[in-house]
Design a protein around this ligand. Structure first.
Ligand code: IPM
Ligand code: MG
Length: 370
């Protein structure tokens, strides 16, 4: 895509699609339905290319990620993904060595495409206050935060091994970061805070970890270039507590890979359901991989009851961040807000006894409101 293209231009978007495993194909179908409605309304077109990753790729090629998949993604403007993986206790994929399991494909593609910045917005829709597990006085205040998780460094990519040391089985994982990896995501975090509510909370464990002390030093340096953005630091254990005590205090929460993995699941749950939380994984360019923050939910796969909203909102993030189509992204987000306001719910966000929609019905209602 020509980056000079303006928003008003008609676009032909090249999108690689990884439907993946479990509920992946069901929720991706609904995101495509909504994207197609956007194209109809605004005159854009999309060329989709399906590629395999995770368990689906293991079944066909014996590996969770192929060069072919990486190349198709590289030649596309963006990647739309569902979810990968299966039941870790029963699926044969988890009898394979760790580097051949579905998750290795996801980590591999993030690294291959240099997707270092993972954006996970957690927003409490006023209509879903009742689905929020926090007490009413906290839910009433609402919250709107952006978790910015570093995605290609830290524990998930450091050396790891298991070996016998003096006859004792010992496992080692390495938490490693250099200052450049920290600086590039910090800059993105402050840029995004500037366009949001002007606050960055750095979450770390600087009272114990050297890597966290480096994060604090580098992020504090970056903060000096953004005097208009409020900058605070918070220890990760406290952050886990503050997320349920006073989530309204957060705007951009900037953090390393594993802390972000854990805290973003916590943040998704207080929005009512992990089925509501979209995500964007970006590199230094406009390229991005867009996926719901939740997993493949093998327990409900094939039942047609998964919530497609996180994937649909991920498609909106794609229009916004890769294609600069803010109006079209707003149209999707407004359509989601509208169906929620009208009272439509999938089972994960329905109140006890309330009737709920199937995945495809929810997708169609949102597409109709574009
Ligand atoms: C996520 C997931 C992945 C991660 C797993 C599936 C490897 O939990 O996207 O949050 O830990 O990054
Ligand atoms: Mg996770």
């Amino acid at each position: 895509m020509d980056k000079a293209e303006r928003k008003s231009d008609i676009m032909n978007m090249k999108i690689a699609v990884i439907s993946g495993d479990g509920i992946g194909p069901e929720i991706v179908a609904e995101a495509k339905k909504v994207l197609d409605a956007v194209c109809d309304k605004y005159g854009h077109s999309i060329e989709y290319k399906d590629v395999l990753m995770g368990g689906a790729s293991i079944d066909k090629y014996g590996v969770p990620l192929t060069e072919e998949t990486i190349n198709v993604c590289r030649e596309s403007d963006a990647v739309l993904m569902g979810s990968i993986g299966g039941n870790t206790q029963t699926s044969p994929w988890y009898k394979l060595p760790p580097e051949l399991r579905p998750e290795a494909g996801l980590l591999g593609i993030r690294k291959a495409l240099a997707l270092f910045a993972n954006l996970r917005p957690a927003y409490l829709y006023p209509e879903l206050k009742e689905a929020c597990p926090l007490k009413e006085s906290v839910a009433d205040k609402g919250f709107d935060m952006m978790i910015m998780r570093e995605l290609t460094g830290g524990l998930y990519f450091g050396d790891r091994y298991t070996k016998e040391i003096d006859g004792v089985t010992t496992a080692v994982d390495t938490l490693i970061y250099n200052e450049n990896e920290i600086r590039r995501i910090a800059v993105k975090g402050f840029d995004i805070a500037r366009k949001r509510h002007g606050k960055v909370t750095l979450v770390d464990k600087a009272n114990v970890l050297d890597s966290s002390r480096l994060w604090r030093k580098v992020v504090t340096e970056v903060a000096a270039d953004y005097p208009d953005v409020e900058f605070v630091t918070m220890l990760v254990d406290n952050a886990a507590m503050q997320l349920v005590k006073d989530p309204a205090q957060f705007d951009v929460m900037l953090t390393e890979n594993m802390f972000g993995d854990i805290l973003s699941d916590e943040a998704s749950m207080i929005t009512g359901s992990i089925g509501m939380l979209p995500s964007a994984s970006l590199n230094e360019t406009k390229f991005g991989l867009y996926e719901p923050s939740g997993g493949s939910a093998p327990d409900i796969a094939g039942k047609g009851i998964a919530n497609p909203i996180a994937t649909i909102l991920s498609a909106a993030m794609m229009l916004r961040y890769t294609f600069d189509l803010d109006e079209e992204a707003d149209a999707i987000e407004n359509a989601v807000a509208k169906v929620l306001k009208e009272g439509y719910r999938t089972i994960d966000i329905a109140k006890a006894g309330e009737s709920s929609l199937k995945t495809a019905e929810m997708g169609s209602l949102i597409a109709d409101r574009i």
